[in-house]
Design a protein around this ligand. Structure first.
Ligand SMILES: Cc1ncc(COP(=O)(O)O)c(C=O)c1O
Ligand SMILES: N[C@@H](CCCC[NH3+])C(=O)O
Length: 413
C-alpha cells in the first residue's frame, strides 16, 4: 500500500458545504492537493528510472488541473484535435503531447503533425499512408497486446475483440512499410484497458509489446499505456505506484537493456489515477419518494453529469454532508433525467437523508464531467477548485437553461 493515502476531498467536508452554499448545486469540486499528491506518488516511485509520465486528459480536461499536472512535469496523451488545441492554448509545448488516434481522419493526423505533435497510429495501412504523406516524419505505433484488462468490458482495449491497435503479428510488415517511406518509428505503444488494479494485470500486455521492439531501430520509448485504477469501494485497493515500478517499469527496462536497447525509455499515460479521487459531485436531494418497497432520493443531478453508474454499473461512494451521523438507511439515489437507469446507487445505505440534504458523490474526478452531456437540455454542473490553501474558486460558472437552449438554436434562431 502507499505510505500516505491521498487527501480525498471528502475529508474537506466543511469546504464542500461552503462550496454548495456559495455556488449552489449540482457542482463539481476538485481538490488540487489531491492531484499534486497523486502526481508525486507516481513520479517519486519512478524517480531515477528512464521513464516519462503523460496524463490522458480525456479523464478530466479542467484547465486548473491540467496546469497542476503540467507543473508536476507530466506530458499529455491527447486523443483529438480539441484536446491538442486546449493544451496548446494553455501553453503546453507540442513536444510534450502524444496524439493517440483511432479511426482518425487524414486531415486530423496532418493537422497534428503540422502542429508538431507526435502521432500515435493504430492501423498498419494508416502508418503506410501517413508515411506517403509525411516521408521522414516520426511516429509512434500502437499495438494490440493480445490481452486485455479493465473494470468493465466496455473499457477493455486489448485482445482479439478490441478495435484498437496493430496486431503484434503485423509488426514486421509495419516496420518494413515505415522504413520504405523513411518514416521513423520512435515509439511503440499499448493500452490494456482502464481500471486495472494490479501490476499483474498490466505486465503481460507490456511484456507482449516488448516482443516487437527488435523490429524498430529508431525507437526512443516504449509506452505501457494507462489504466491504473483507484479504490472506489470501501476496503478496495487501488493501483500501487511501487508495483508499477517493481513489476512493470523495472522488468521492462531490464529486458530492454538485455536486448541492447538501454537507450529506450519506458512511458506510462495514466488518466483516472491522477484525478478520480480529487473530484466530488455535489448534489442536493429535493424528493424523497417512499413507495412502500423502496425509498427514492431524487437529486438535482443525474447521468448527464456522471454517467459511470448507469454505463458501467460503477460504484461511487455517497456521503450525506448534511447528516453525516444519521442512522444508515437504504436508498435508491436517483437523478432527474427521464430514464429509469438514471440512478447513482441502488439500495445503498446512506445516513438518513432528509429533503434538502446535500450529498457528495465521491471519486468523481475522472470520466465524470468529461463524459457529461446536456441530455434533456439540462446545463452541466458548475466547476469549483479547492486550492491547496483552502480557497474555493469558481472556475466554470453555472450555465443556465437559456444558455443550453441557445446552444441548441446554434445562433440560427
Ligand atoms: C490510449 C489510452 N491511454 C490512456 C488512457 C487512460 O486510461 P486511465 O484513465 O484508465 O488511466 C486511456 C483510456 O482508457 C487510453 O485509451
Ligand atoms: N470512461 C471509462 C474509462 C475509459 C477510458 C477511455 N479510454 C470510465 O469511466 O471508467
Amino acid at each position: 500500500m502507499d505510505a500516505t493515502p491521498p487527501p480525498k476531498p471528502a475529508a474537506h467536508a466543511d469546504a464542500l458545504r461552503e462550496a454548495a452554499e456559495r455556488f449552489g448545486t449540482p457542482t463539481y469540486v476538485y481538490a488540487e492537493a489531491t492531484v499534486h499528491e497523486r502526481c508525486r506518488a507516481l513520479r517519486d516511485a519512478l524517480d531515477g528510472l528512464p521513464t516519462r509520465l503523460l496524463y490522458a486528459l480525456k479523464a478530466n480536461p479542467t484547465p486548473a488541473l491540467l496546469r497542476v499536472i503540467a507543473d508536476e512535469g507530466f506530458g499529455f496523451d491527447a486523443v483529438s484535435l480539441g484536446e491538442v488545441a486546449l493544451l496548446r492554448a494553455l501553453g503546453v509545448d507540442a513536444s510534450r503531447i502524444l496524439f493517440t488516434t483511432t479511426s482518425t481522419t487524414d486531415a486530423e493526423l496532418d493537422a497534428a503533425a503540422e502542429a508538431g505533435v507526435l502521432p500515435n497510429l493504430d492501423d498498419a495501412e494508416r502508418v503506410a499512408a501517413f508515411g506517403d504523406r509525411h516521408p521522414g516524419a516520426e511516429v509512434c505505433v500502437r499495438f494490440n497486446p493480445g490481452v486485455g484488462a479493465g473494470h468493465h468490458r466496455h473499457v477493455v482495449t486489448g485482445g482479439a475483440a478490441s478495435k484498437f491497435g496493430v496486431a503484434l503479428g503485423q509488426a514486421e510488415a509495419v516496420a518494413e512499410a515505415a522504413a520504405r517511406r523513411g518514416l521513423r518509428v520512435v515509439g511503440v505503444h499499448q493500452h490494456v484497458g482502464s481500471g486495472v488494479r494490479s501490476a499483474a494485470e498490466l505486465w503481460p500486455a507490456v511484456d507482449a509489446l516488448l516482443g516487437v521492439v527488435g523490429h524498430f531501430p529508431d525507437l526512443r520509448f516504449v509506452d505501457g499505456g494507462g489504466g491504473m485504477g483507484v479504490a472506489y469501494r470501501p476496503g478496495e485497493a487501488g493501483f500501487e505506484p511501487a508495483a508499477l515500478r517493481d513489476h512493470v517499469a523495472r522488468p521492462a527496462l531490464d529486458r530492454l537493456a538485455r536486448a541492447g536497447r538501454g537507450d529506450v525509455d519506458v512511458w506510462f499515460e495514466p488518466g483516472r489515477y491522477l484525478v478520480a479521487e480529487a473530484g466530488v459531485l455535489l448534489t442536493r436531494v429535493h424528493t424523497l419518494k417512499d413507495t412502500g418497497e423502496r425509498v427514492f432520493a431524487g437529486t438535482d443531478s443525474g447521468f448527464n453529469h456522471l454517467l459511470r453508474p448507469a454505463l458501467y454499473d460503477a460504484y461511487h461512494a455517497l456521503v450525506n454532508l448534511s447528516n453525516p451521523g444519521g442512522p444508515p438507511r437504504p436508498y435508491d439515489v436517483a437523478g432527474n433525467v427521464c430514464e429509469s437507469g438514471d440512478l447513482f446507487a441502488r439500495g445503498r445505505e446512506v445516513p438518513e437523508i432528509r429533503r434538502g440534504d446535500l450529498l457528495a458523490v465521491l471519486d468523481a474526478g475522472a470520466y465524470g464531467a468529461s463524459m457529461g452531456s446536456t441530455y434533456n437540455l439540462r446545463p452541466p454542473p458548475a466547476t469549483v477548485v479547492l486550492r491547496p490553501d483552502g480557497t474555493l474558486d469558481l472556475v466554470r460558472p453555472r450555465r443556465t437553461p437559456e444558455d443550453v437552449a441557445r446552444d441548441v438554436l446554434g445562433g440560427a434562431g
